[in-house]
Design a protein around this ligand. Structure first.
Ligand code: TRP
Length: 457
């Protein structure tokens, strides 16, 4: 049962595709998650960073290509793309489950992603409207806790962020998603370069770089290695249909290999630059980098209060985070919306707002899980942690594994070769990595996350 998809949009050109995919990849993961995971792996941050980079190259890049391959070959939303390619290659239509997992998983991520993005909009607004002056770590913590204790405030900014996201997706692939990325990503670059230079001048860049690249091999802990792998996964938006959906709008002539190389390099580079800027300020102002998930909201305000022009710096910093989060959240909503429009012929704007409603509601529940509903725990976790856990620890690695098996072992070399037009030796290298290294690597992450970390904690 193949799903016929008539007149689909196509990105304006190859660069537009690179831009939107970088937009999806670079997000809260690079700024919020990267800095706190790196900060938390004290003593072996260099190992985490090197493993992360190695995994971007060894697992991330090959999977990125595989996901785009399926999307482009299947010419449809993730469910249709899986059905179409499975039919073409004589595989069971059960493979469509992978598409389903992707479109629902992406919505799940979106529900809490939007809440965390809301924190960033809140801080942006505070700095823009009145400035924030804090003098002690206790004060920044109290300010952060006050926000987390207020469900109305959390829900308000979450709502604003959802509206921003839906507003773009409702407008369409080219006139919404592509245009938004074409405006935001270059600005993101500009702000990032500005902030990195400023951060280097105001902070302590040498210490930051030494901190990030201090390769103490004797300090390798299993956790650090696996964290690096997991992060490579999340930060490239893999396994949730987002990249597959974007790939389905890619024209036949674009070389997937070259394009993905660009995406992986730029994505990792932006992550490193953000880290350098954040740690430079952290060290420059004598703060400690191991603050946990609140790092950028509980540590940086102190540096902002202390540095000359700190308020302007803060406004630009949070603007950068918002752009990064916004271009990512768009890619989390698109897979489901494209399924609705293509499967039922619903108008895009209607589909986008309709999808957003339940996601928004789930997000409101996430806001409540920090305060009013904090006592309701599922397996010892509040809803926020549960959703994050389920999506990033279960669904993403499992989907990634399935994609590697599908492309490496089921799709058949003829189709794969036809889409990935690499030179013979490069092709063989990539294909073998997808068939062997990626599944083994992911199985390792998965076993570790599921079994080792929880059982032997
Ligand atoms: N990569 C984004 C980040 O680093 C998050 C993201 C966007 C994502 N789309 C995704 C994660 C799809 C997993 C799957 O913030």
């Amino acid at each position: 049962m193949s799903q016929e998809v008539s007149s689909r949009s196509t990105w304006s050109n190859r660069w537009a595709f690179i831009l939107v995919t970088i937009g999806s990849a670079v997000g809260l993961g690079n700024i919020w998650k990267f800095s706190y995971i790196a900060g938390a792996s004290e003593g072996s941050v260099g190992v985490f960073v090197v493993v992360y980079l190695a995994c971007v190259a060894l697992i991330g890049l090959p999977l990125l290509m595989a996901e785009i391959l399926i999307g482009r070959r299947g010419r449809g939303n993730p469910v249709a793309a899986m059905l179409n390619t499975a039919e073409e290659s004589g595989n069971s239509s059960w493979w469509a489950l992978l598409g389903w997992a992707g479109i629902f998983g992406a919505l799940m991520i979106l529900s809490f992603y939007s809440v965390v993005s809301g924190w960033m909009v809140d801080y942006f607004w505070q700095y823009l409207a009145k400035g924030v002056q804090v003098n002690t770590p206790e004060e920044t913590k109290a300010a952060f806790d006050a926000m987390m204790a207020d469900p109305w405030r959390l829900s308000f900014w979450h709502t604003i962020f959802m509206i921003l996201t839906v507003g773009v997706v409702a407008r369409g692939v080219v006139s919404g998603i592509e245009i938004a990325n074409k405006i935001m990503i270059p600005m993101l670059f500009l702000i990032l370069i500005l902030l990195t230079l400023w951060g280097a001048a105001a902070g302590d860049m040498p210490t930051a770089l030494r901190f990030m690249f201090n390769l103490k091999v004797e300090a390798i802990k299993a956790g650090v290695v696996i964290d690096g792998m997991g992060h490579a996964f999340f930060s490239l938006s893999l396994g949730m249909g987002a990249i597959m959906a974007y790939g389905s709008y890619l024209d036949k002539d674009t070389n997937i290999g070259n394009t993905c190389l660009w995406i992986a390099i730029v994505g990792a580079l932006i992550g490193l630059l953000c880290g350098a800027a954040i740690f430079s300020l952290t060290f420059g102002y004598g703060l400690t980098p191991a603050a946990g998930p609140g790092l950028i909201l509980q540590t940086l305000p102190l540096a902002f209060s202390d540095m000359p022009g700190g308020r302007i710096f803060a406004v630009f910093f949070f603007l950068l985070v918002i752009f990064a989060a916004w271009t990512s959240s768009i890619s989390l909503l698109e897979p489901f919306v494209s399924w609705l429009t293509e499967r039922f012929g619903i108008r895009r704007s209607f589909a986008a707002w309709g999808t957003a409603l339940p996601v928004w509601l789930l997000g409101v529940a996430v806001c409540l899980s920090f305060n009013e509903w904090a006592r309701f725990k599922i397996l010892g976790r509040i809803l926020f942690e549960m959703l994050d856990h389920l999506a990033t620890r279960f669904m993403m690695p499992l989907s990634g594994l399935a994609i590697a098996i599908y492309v490496g072992w089921r799709l058949g070399k003829v189709i794969v070769l036809d889409e990935i037009r690499l030179k013979q030796r490069m092709f063989r290298l990539w294909f073998n990595v997808v068939r062997f290294i990626v599944p083994v690597g992911i199985t390792m992450i998965f076993l570790y996350e599921l079994v080792l970390r929880d059982w032997f904690k």
